[in-house]
Design a protein around this ligand. Structure first.
Ligand SMILES: NC(=O)c1ccc[n+]([C@@H]2O[C@H](COP(=O)([O-])OP(=O)(O)OC[C@H]3O[C@@H](n4cnc5c(N)ncnc54)[C@H](OP(=O)(O)O)[C@@H]3O)[C@@H](O)[C@H]2O)c1
Length: 185
């Protein structure tokens, strides 16, 4: 029985778009700070969290921010040998979510695991037996997007309240959004 729970974290707009032209369609500093806090914070200070992402999401991170700091960065690709040559030391390259989980479970210092996109990785994580919660920032506006968050099946996930996560509407400039949490039933 494997103990690693996969928590998904994403920001999506009204049409469930998450990306356009290899970038985020919006610039929301406080939302980015929420992403960092959620994926970095640990209860046990001797541990760190892991982030799992697809190869394109890895490529979308601006060079000065990667690898994502204070987190074990795990990148999925079908071409492990090619990508391994290109990533900085310490970045883990694997060919599947199950390989990522095996890697995480082989270490004793990883507290939580966050799946940070993109589309197919979210989909695979949502369908995975180890799926935990979905932390979805719901942006109250439509943006033109070419990448989308998969449909959250209502019969499988239920919205829950979580301590420390504000329920009220957040506003940055002329964009508002809510931090929502969905849990597998
Ligand atoms: N709003 C948000 O919260 C958010 C979060 C993340 C990303 N994004 C946006 O989403 C876009 C990037 O996401 P994306 O969906 O296009 O790509 P992605 O999921 O990040 O990467 C796709 C790649 O990951 C690898 N991959 C996917 N599934 C795999 C599997 N099961 N096993 C092994 N490798 C697998 C493949 O790499 P190879 O081709 O190398 O085999 C595939 O081409 C960007 O616009 C980014 O800004 C937004």
């Amino acid at each position: 029985m494997c103990k690693t729970k996969l928590n998904l974290i994403a920001a999506a707009c009204e049409n469930m778009g998450i990306g356009a032209n290899g970038a985020l369609p919006w610039r929301l500093k406080k939302e980015m700070a929420y992403f960092s806090t959620m994926t970095i914070k640990v209860k046990d200070p001797s541990k760190v969290n892991a982030v799992i992402m697809g190869r394109r999401t890895w490529e979308c991170i601006p060079p000065k921010y990667k690898p994502l700091s204070e987190r074990v960065n795990i990148v999925l690709t079908h071409n492990v040998d090619v990508l391994k040559e290109k990533v900085p030391e310490g970045v883990i390259v694997v060919p599947s979510i199950d390989e990522a989980i095996s890697y995480i479970e082989g270490r004793e210092d990883i507290e939580s695991t966050w799946v940070i996109g993109g589309s197919s990785i979210y989909q695979a994580a949502m369908e995975h037996p180890n799926c935990g919660k979905i932390y979805l920032t719901e942006i109250q506006r439509s943006f033109e997007c070419d990448t989308f968050f998969p449909k959250i099946p209502q019969e499988v996930f239920k919205q829950v309240k979580e301590d420390e996560i504000p329920e009220e509407k957040q506003t940055e400039g002329d964009i508002s959004y809510y931090f929502r949490v969905y849990k597998m039933l």
